[in-house]
Design a protein around this ligand. Structure first.
Ligand code: COA
Length: 153
């Protein structure tokens, strides 16, 4: 069996991360992020690597006051359902939990995936910071199909 490694991303991974996100961004499942912006925040990303190829990515954003968001989560379509998404979220949960007692949320069209990892579904308006920074620019603003999930670590 081929081994999958989850690791913190490096600058050289930015294009591959972009390549994972683009198909899902086109379907409006994740927010679009360009390689320059990914590069600027690269240390907030983790990647899943299989045989030297990036097959998944996931990032966090620090909103201050011990509030973090899991974002830009995606697994290459050929590799979904193999546990890669869970491993990446758990990797970032461990990284973030080193910073003390924190709240971690996500806005997602896959709440069931997050529920399996211990997140509970909550009201979106608990996160006005997110709504002002990202949702206000999102093409789905008036027709949002995402749910908010939250975990305390
Ligand atoms: C959502 C996504 C990241 C999950 O990654 P994955 O590697 O396929 O997920 P896993 O294999 O770790 O799944 C873990 C469990 O969650 C379940 N699950 C996966 N996606 C799910 C979903 N959308 N809804 C409910 N449960 C889901 C799996 O069946 C599995 O259950 P099991 O433990 O009982 O077998 C992946 O499907 C993906 O990239 N989807 C497209 C992009 C996307 O939706 N990103 C999330 C936006 S925040």
């Amino acid at each position: 069996m081929q081994k999958i490694q989850i690791r913190t991303a490096e600058k050289k991974d930015a294009d591959a991360i972009c390549g994972i996100l683009v198909p899902y961004a086109k379907k409006k499942i994740v927010l679009p992020r360009d390689p320059l912006e990914i590069s600027r925040h690269i240390h907030n990303f983790c990647v899943a690597e299989k045989n030297g190829r990036i097959i998944g990515c996931c990032a966090f954003r620090d909103y201050g006051n011990s509030l973090f968001e899991i974002r830009s989560l995606a697994v290459n379509s050929r590799n979904v359902g193999g546990g890669v998404g869970s491993k990446m979220v758990n990797f970032l949960k461990e990284r973030i939990s080193c910073l003390g007692r924190v709240h971690v949320f996500a806005l997602t069209t896959s709440p069931g995936f997050f529920n399996r990892l211990g997140f509970r579904t909550v009201e979106k308006d608990m996160f006005p910071q997110k709504i002002w920074s990202d949702c206000s620019k999102c093409p789905k603003l008036d027709d949002c199909d995402e749910e908010a999930v939250l975990i305390e670590l």
